[in-house]
Ligand binder design. Sequence first.
Ligand code: GRF
Length: 195
Amino acid sequence: MSTTVRNIAVFASGSGSNAENLIRYFNTMDSIHSPRIALVVTNRPDAMVISRAEKAGVPVRILTRSQINDEAVMKALMEEFAIDAIVLAGFLLMVPLFLLRMYPDRIINIHPSLLPRYGGRGMYGRHVHQAVIDAHDTITGITIHYVNEEYDSGQILFQTSVPVTDTDTADTVEAKIHALEREHFPQVVHQLWGI
Ligand code: GRF
């Protein structure tokens, strides 16, 4: 792993709109010094992220949960693509401890709420937005944070919020959150690891 971040792996389990947005942002940059999304890893053979990444020319690896938890497999994969940092974008598995140790302060996650509200096991996607609606919250937002051994509890790097109104539903909140993610996520990654 080099001291500057050149190659980023995105781990995703679902639709992959954030993965696609990160690829669009970094892999079309002029600067030869800026990081690239060099690999997409998914644990779901049916995830839409696969076609999005392939369309953009980024290699994809579909791995089982046990392969992701296998140190030898993951070490070899990270070395094959010379990965310096990992971005979780809708990745639903726990990151194994050996990867956290391999990449100290080099693994971040995006969460679709203002943590610590609505974090932890089971709090992902629609569950988060429905919880915001059920609690009659007047704001929600996104959190980008370092990843540690517990779900959604690593050091927060960035948060931004958006109003929730009486007429919002989980669907409309999700759309607002995706818009926030689209606007901010690549820039935050760039500020953190770019040159
Ligand atoms: C995003 O809302 C992200 O915050 C969360 O999961 C969702 C993934 O969406 N962790 P997508 O797969 O990037 O479209």
